[in-house]
Design a protein around this ligand. Structure first.
Ligand code: HEM
Length: 501
């Protein structure tokens, strides 16, 4: 019997096939009509997978160049999701203020590997509760106060002597110190750099971060990830191994907190979370929301969000300091005037160090370490300017485009801290469109901590060291992009002790 005979004779199969074709054509027509009449313009993609296969690693560059063709707000299809990309300040300002753009995609990062959302992946009231509790606990612990600053200063004291020896791979050296600042907040203590627990945590976090692109895949093509998981493709088992290793290590800290008898005494984020959990259980409230799984995921989220980003920004700072050694001289002149070479820098010194602040602003603009914000979802139909954004559309803020827009920055490709200085040079003015931490109600929760870290690490380093590199190495400003955008080729750095240190 021929296959065609089978089709002729098998009425059910014939009906199913016709039904599927009909569904496919219907879906195609609905999508096309919706796109033409409801959504902003944009490029077409392939059926089912949309524009996803055309996206490159440095997606922010592609998003930017698509905006030159389709306008500042445009739409593309990624998998089954309509995705609106916002690339200019006028529309981003409106998006920051729009409460219907605070939700997150329904899918989790690493769907299939991870069971619980962290609060960075939550929407609606769940997110609101967790964000409020997290902020409350972190503020009680001293975030934004001198208590937190003192802890960072102690950590920097541990870090500084470790860079004055030979040629330094700056990113690798700095990361454990920056993540120690997160450890203080979350666990109530930092670690020595040789502590095997901390080495394991940093290494596994780094491996998870390296596979961050996979998180996009799990949002846009979750069915593909399910197939890959079943067939063991895309190194899913390796990702899973590192994700679980991180969670196991974090669980050890949680177990230690639970075994210690610190009744209602909040010394760190884990304490704060456990107390909130207990209070809710006593009131018989929805405890699923404050489960151990969510706690582990929140801890992972804080490490991922708070370590790589600050380390990458400081790596860009080092890159521009060796590229333009005259900026080291200028910052050091401010150090000499305001702090001297004996006293330890404090965060309030920034108010009298305009060039240093301008240098940090410019580093944040040109580095744009979070080039694309974490994905948002429209929780109801809304409009940004003249553009419709229907419910459940995914929304991307391409922060990179804002930071390189020639309409708001003169010569945006040029690294120039002077652009922030007042006419008489006495003040550094941060424009509203410098948005490394995004904006609105879902703005980065760690902005305050990050700003203190950036200032204190930079000023402490330049107070003690001249930063150099081997001039036979050709410098390149190329970037690599995973969780954050960082220099691809930061050369090994030489930290030469200043005579007064
Ligand atoms: C230079 C350093 C940093 C940069 C550039 C940065 C940038 C960002 C950006 C752009 C977002 C996305 C906001 C949005 O969805 O629109 C974000 C979210 C977040 N960041 Fe940061 N961040 C930095 C450091 C930190 C630190 C140190 C912490 C930890 C305390 C942290 C914790 C978070 C959290 C928890 C979120 C999710 C907030 C939520 O969903 O409500 N970040 N960050």
């Amino acid at each position: 019997m021929f296959l065609t005979d089978y089709f002729v004779f098998s009425q059910p199969l014939y009906s199913i096939t016709t039904g599927l074709i009909f569904l496919f054509v219907f879906n195609f027509l609905v999508t096309t009509i919706k796109r033409l009449f409801q959504l902003p313009p944009g490029p077409w993609g392939l059926p089912i997978i949309g524009y996803y296969p055309f996206l490159k690693d440095e997606s922010y560059l592609q998003f930017d160049s698509l905006s030159k063709k389709y306008g500042p707000v445009y739409c593309l299809k990624l998998g089954q999701h309509d995705v609106v990309v916002i690339c200019d300040w006028d529309h981003l300002k409106l998006a920051f203020a729009d409460e219907s753009l605070l939700a997150k995609p329904h899918e989790l990062f690493f769907e299939g590997i991870i069971k619980y959302p962290s609060f960075a992946e939550m929407s609606g009231d769940d997110w609101r509760f967790h964000r409020r509790v997290s902020l409350q606990v972190l503020r009680d612990l001293g975030l934004g106060t001198s208590k937190m600053e003192e802890a960072i200063r102690r950590e920097i004291k541990q870090f500084l002597p470790t860079i004055g020896q030979g040629k330094v791979d700056f990113f690798t050296k700095l990361l454990p110190s920056v993540s120690n600042n997160i450890s203080i907040l979350l666990f109530g203590h930092n670690f020595s750099y040789s502590d095997p627990y901390k080495i394991g945590l940093d290494e596994n976090m780094d491996r998870v971060n390296q596979t961050f692109q996979f998180a996009g895949l799990s949002t846009f093509l979750p069915w593909l990830v399910k197939i890959a998981t079943a067939l063991g493709l895309f190194r899913v088992s390796v990702i899973s191994k590192h994700v679980h290793a991180v969670e196991d290590l974090l669980q050890k800290e949680i177990d230690m907190h639970q075994s210690e008898s610190r009744v209602n005494e909040i010394e760190d984020y884990i304490d704060g979370y456990l107390v909130e959990q207990k209070n809710r259980q006593n009131k018989d409230e929805n405890d699923e929301l404050f489960s151990m799984g969510v706690l582990r995921r929140n801890l992972t989220g804080f490490f991922a969000a708070g370590s790589d980003t600050v380390t990458s920004t400081l790596s860009w700072a080092m890159m521009y300091l060796i590229y333009n050694p005259e900026y080291q001289d200028k910052i050091r002149a401010e150090i000499a005037d305001v702090i001297g070479f004996e006293r330890e820098p404090v965060y309030t010194d920034r108010n009298r160090m305009p060039f240093t602040m301008a240098f940090l602003y410019e580093t944040q603009r040109i580095g744009s370490v979070v080039a694309v914000n974490l994905l948002r979802r429209a929780s109801r139909d809304t409009k940004i300017g003249k553009y419709n954004i229907p419910k459940d559309t995914i929304v991307i803020f391409n922060l990179w485009s804002i930071h390189r827009d020639p309409k708001i920055w003169i010569e945006p490709e040029k690294f120039d801290p002077n652009r922030y200085l007042s006419e008489d040079g006495s003040k550094a003015i941060k424009p509203p469109y410098l948005v490394p931490f995004s904006g609105g109600k879902r703005i980065c929760l760690g902005e305050g901590l990050a700003n203190v870290e950036l200032f204190l690490y930079l000023v402490n380093i330049l107070q003690k060291y001249q930063v150099r590199y081997d001039p036979s190495i050709k410098l390149s400003l190329e970037a690599t992009f995973g969780v954050s955008r960082r220099p691809k080729h930061l050369p090994p750095l030489i930290f030469e002790k200043l005579p007064k240190f």
